[in-house]
Design a protein around this ligand. Structure first.
Ligand SMILES: Cc1cc2nc3c(=O)[nH]c(=O)nc-3n(C[C@H](O)[C@H](O)[C@H](O)COP(=O)(O)OP(=O)(O)OC[C@H]3O[C@@H](n4cnc5c(N)ncnc54)[C@H](O)[C@@H]3O)c2cc1C
Length: 509
């Protein structure tokens, strides 16, 4: 029984006796019939097992919207496999290994096979248990191929990887040259949020019986933002291609006050739990580009995210190794400030709004993650592992492979620059340009001292000053560090920064 909740014994009696040869273990992020170990599965010889472990559900302070999405998607998927004729067990157990042992109690000591797990931890566990693995094809670049690329590089610049991907897949290229003679169209993109703009309506995902059962079990009232089955994920993809793809590029970096999704695809949850494959997402986008008059700057910007960033982040997770998550090269020790866990604990409009979005639907797009949440963690000197834990627990699309490099490398520069050549620190001026939150905010983005100085502006300069020796040899930081010398009010600013930091700790800023 796909849902594995109650009717199991009844169904067991009804089943004809079958002799299975393998147990196929499907992790909650491998929900795809055509990928991983299911690609070559046979209902006559394979029994399919999904395990809902207690660690997954109650081991941490998980956002309930995230749990709802993951559990309901897996239960829907189990039902679909069963409808196709598979014998499926959806087992609730303290750990994955306990669940697999239970499957062996029922079906005998069969070999257990799965796709290569997506985290170091699960890989080690399943390996120790004696599981065997097929290549993880939930990505377009397998781990070995990526390691070959990385080993051939002096620095791991994503842009170089991305260009190689374009040529490897023959996407938006003519031979080895980029279509339109340019590899990227950032100059046309990165516009501030538009005024009086009619954003297309959000796609609504209706809830069915399985959703309702999961919601009740979790004590959660889910939003209608996320699909929990493949049909819904495909609708989201179609909706994106139809209504958002054309506008994706220009506004990809903007943060609007009147729309939480802008033209972003909202596809990361499905790409990451397997309901959609990167291949089909990119193919649909390229088909649309062939069929319709769509701007290349939007197509290129989106393709870059999927064949570039997503693959690069996964590749780097495996390439950099298990200890990478513990890096803290800027020696950041501050505890997570209260406003991350409670949007009412701040007067900063941008942070309040972004955290409220995360509270509401466990998602916010890339720039709020990077330039608001991470910028705040970086410039306050928040401990990277505390910030990582919070991000990992709160986001609907979070997994170890994707959160670790994005947070440790991209967000808070805790790796000393292995991923990014410079830290993404910015003051209020950037936020004033790219968001609609500064107007009406208690704080003034132009001010760096005084009670109403924007905390981002004050902390930006304080951060640069605190780390000026570290960044002295980084030529990409030279201009910013040089700017410090022109600050006549630096002593005053340093005092204000101390007030801001203690106010942030107390939730009064
Ligand atoms: C600090 C931080 C944490 C992040 N954590 C996650 C995470 O846990 N899970 C996650 O999928 N993405 C993460 N991202 C990347 C990015 O913010 C999300 O992929 C994106 O916001 C998801 O929304 P979307 O599907 O509408 O993306 P779109 O803007 O429509 O982009 C399309 C797709 O590109 C891929 N993509 C783009 N950038 C990245 C990236 N840096 N890493 C991996 N994939 C990328 C995603 O699959 C995304 O669905 C993080 C970024 C930062 C800065």
């Amino acid at each position: 029984m796909g849902q594995g909740l109650g009717k199991r014994e009844v169904l067991l009696e009804a089943l004809p006796r079958m002799t299975f040869e393998r147990i196929l273990y499907i992790a909650h992020d491998h929900l795809n019939r055509s990928l991983g170990v299911l690609r070559e599965a046979d209902p006559a010889t394979d029994v399919v097992v999904l395990v809902e472990s207690a660690r997954m559900t109650s081991g941490r302070n998980w956002h309930k919207e995230r749990l709802f999405f993951l559990l309901s998607s897996a239960r829907h998927f189990a039902n679909e496999l069963e409808a196709e004729g598979f014998t499926v067990r959806y087992i609730q157990a303290p750990t994955t290994i306990d669940g697999l042992n239970r499957a062996r109690d029922e079906f005998g000591e069969l070999p257990i096979t799965c796709a290569e797990p997506s985290s170091f931890r699960q890989f080690a566990q399943l390996q120790a248990f004696g599981g065997s693995f097929v290549v993880n094809d939930f990505f377009l670049t397998d781990r070995e191929l990526f390691a070959q690329w990385a080993a051939s590089q002096k620095t791991f610049v994503m842009e170089n990887f991305y260009r190689a991907q374009r040529v490897r897949f023959g996407i938006l290229v003519e031979g080895k040259k980029p279509l339109g003679d340019r590899w990227n169209f950032d100059a046309e993109n990165r516009l501030p949020p538009p005024k009086n703009y009619a954003w297309p309506p959000y796609l609504v995902h209706e809830r069915d019986e399985i959703d309702q059962l999961v919601a009740t079990q979790l004590g959660h009232q889910p939003t209608d933002a996320w699909a929990t089955n493949r049909a819904g994920a495909l609708r989201q993809l179609e909706n994106f291609v139809e209504h958002h793809l054309a506008g994706f590029g220009p506004y990809e970096d903007a943060i609007a006050a009147d729309n939480w999704a802008l033209h972003h695809s909202l596809l990361s949850p499905y790409l990451n739990n397997g309901l959609l494959s990167a291949h089909e997402v990119v193919s649909k986008v390229l088909e649309a580009f062939e069929a319709r008059d769509l701007p290349i700057e939007s197509i290129e910007a989106f393709v870059r995210q999927v064949i570039g960033w997503r693959e690069y982040i996964n590749g780097m997770y495996w390439f950099l190794g298990e200890d990478y998550r513990d890096e803290n090269q800027l020696g950041a020790t501050r505890k997570l400030i209260p406003m991350f866990t409670d949007s009412s604990k701040t007067k900063m409009n941008c942070v309040k709004s972004v955290v409220a979005d995360v509270e509401a639907r466990a998602w916010t797009h890339h720039i709020p993650r990077l330039m608001v949440l991470s910028n705040l963690a970086l410039t306050t000197g928040t401990n990277p592992q505390e910030f990582l834990d919070w991000m990992r627990e709160q986001f609907i699309d979070a997994s170890d492979w994707v959160m670790v490099p994005n947070v440790i490398g991209m967000a808070v520069h805790a790796d000393g620059g292995k991923l990014m050549t410079k830290p993404y620190a910015s003051g209020g001026a950037y936020l004033n340009r790219m968001t609609q939150h500064c107007k009406g905010c208690f704080y003034d983005p132009k001010k760096r001292v005084g009670d109403d100085a924007c905390p981002f502006t004050t902390l930006y300069w304080d951060f640069l000053d605190r780390h000026k020796e570290t960044f002295a040899k980084n030529h990409r930081m030279a201009q910013q560090i040089d700017g410090l010398k022109r600050l006549a009010d630096l002593p005053e600013l340093k005092l204000r920064a101390q007030e801001v930091l203690s106010g942030l700790d107390q939730g009064t800023i």
